[in-house]
Design a protein around this ligand. Structure first.
Ligand code: DSN
Length: 432
């Protein structure tokens, strides 16, 4: 074997570790996974091919991989209360792609939340496969940034989509999955809940679950769930009891199809080859951690931290979309401070605070330089930060936004950020 380091790659990884340690990571979709998950992600499990599913593989040598995948699935079934789970999608977008592939034909009408109002590319955005291969219609929020259930219902009744994606990347309020399921099912549409952002909150019981309402649920595993970069598809269909709705939807006459088997076949062999077994093991470890009391405390604290930040921002004169938050994120219109979303993202990055520019509902600016920023608390909460730290951080953010051209103030805040981060180390044993 070759035992020579590519020094540049290792040095860059070391620098990235220091960046993650010394800065405030406030991108709402990011987090710090545990050292045990990291160990499994860097393990020998990456060497193995396992196309297929436990007990039904296309390669030999899967005795231990089968056990790992089954443990991951069993943990997820227990945590979310579902009967069927697929842990093989490589990430969130491929998971969503598999759902379309399982339940729709090209050209079918699908409906999702507009990206510029907090949806996701794969929920039917025009340049994404979901907007190109399917006839996509998009719903927005109301003028205040809240989901408008009446408008959604009216669109469903008029347009009669076959499949509706709900779930968001920049929505700070509780999503009423029960109501959305009633709307979708009243027109015989499939409801797919993409809970990538809020999966950790749902798992901890601090956000209502879509289980029992949505036909299919997709999630990434690396956001609030705090696992490795990966995804899962969950459903509760009875595998021995095919439904006519599924047969009608996919255009097959024989009544022998059901959602779980269609999903499994869409993931493999429909879209993917061998699963990433190191990721599957990382998901199992993360789900093991989710079942602890500490995880529930972490999930509750994520929300308390976000609400503290939202209140502080509003007291400083910033416009928080919807006037607050029920979850892990806040969407802020920064233009009252005479600054754009891009300028805010850049100035905060110089001070060691990482956020992302984001459109706000009915934004009049371009998506490349929108009016807002999106801020999240999962990563800071994982570090152990609480309300007192949020008050300090909100003050630092406001100071930067008000003085984004002042290099001296940015440097001063950067030092304060480093001082705060030093008190909350992210890893003990990881050196790269
Ligand atoms: N990129 C993710 C986010 O930041 O929300 C969504 O896939």
């Amino acid at each position: 074997m070759i035992n020579k380091l590519d020094k540049i790659i290792f040095e860059l990884t070391q620098k990235e570790l220091i960046r993650q340690q010394d800065g405030l990571e406030m991108i709402a979709s990011e987090n710090y996974t545990s050292e045990n998950v990291l160990k499994l992600m860097g393990s020998i499990l990456t060497n193995k091919y396992s196309e297929g599913y436990p007990g039904k593989r296309y390669y030999g040598g899967n005795e231990y991989i089968d056990q790992i995948e089954n443990i991951a699935k069993n943990y997820a079934k227990k945590i979310f209360g579902v009967t069927h789970i697929n842990v093989q999608p490589y990430s969130g977008s491929p998971a969503n792609q598999a759902v379309y592939f399982a339940l729709c034909q090209p050209g079918d009408k699908v409906m999702g939340m507009n990206l510029l109002f907090g949806g996701h590319l794969t929920h039917g955005w025009k340049v994404n496969f979901s907007g190109k291969f399917y006839e996509s219609i998009q719903y927005t929020t109301d003028k205040d940034g809240f989901l408008d259930y009446d408008a959604i219902e009216s669109m469903v009744k008029t347009e009669k989509p076959k499949l509706i994606f709900v779930g968001a990347t920049a929505y700070s309020r509780i999503i009423d999955f029960e109501k959305l399921a009633q709307i979708a099912h009243s027109e015989n549409a499939f409801l797919v809940a993409d809970i990538a952002h809020i999966a950790g909150l749902v798992a901890a019981g601090v956000h209502p679950s879509p289980v029992g309402h949505a036909d299919v649920i997709t999630t990434t595993t690396h956001k609030t769930l705090r696992g490795p970069r990966g995804a899962m598809i969950l459903c509760s269909g009875d595998e021995s009891n095919p439904t006519k709705k599924v047969d009608d939807a996919i255009g097959w006459s024989e009544s022998k199809h059901n959602i779980p088997s269609l999903i499994d076949r869409a993931v493999f062999p429909g879209l993917q080859g061998g699963p990433h077994n190191h990721t599957t093991a990382g998901i199992a470890q993360a789900l093991y951690e989710v079942q602890s009391d500490e995880f529930v405390e972490y999930a509750k604290q994520i929300i308390k931290n976000a609400q503290t930040l939202a209140n502080e921002f509003m007291n400083s004169g910033l416009k928080v979309i919807t006037g607050g938050t029920d979850n892990h994120l806040i969407l802020i219109d920064v233009t009252p401070f005479d600054i754009t979303g891009s300028q805010a993202e850049h100035a905060l990055e110089l001070a060691g605070i990482t956020v992302n520019k984001n459109a706000v509902p009915f934004d009049t600016r371009s998506p490349f330089d929108p009016s807002g920023i999106r801020i999240g608390t999962p990563a800071l909460t994982t570090r152990g930060m609480k309300e007192n730290e949020m008050i300090l951080i909100s003050e630092m953010i406001v100071r930067i936004l008000k003085n984004h051209n002042n290099a001296e103030i940015i440097e001063k805040v950067k030092n304060e950020v480093k001082e705060l981060c030093d008190k909350f180390p992210i890893y003990k044993d990881i050196i790269y």
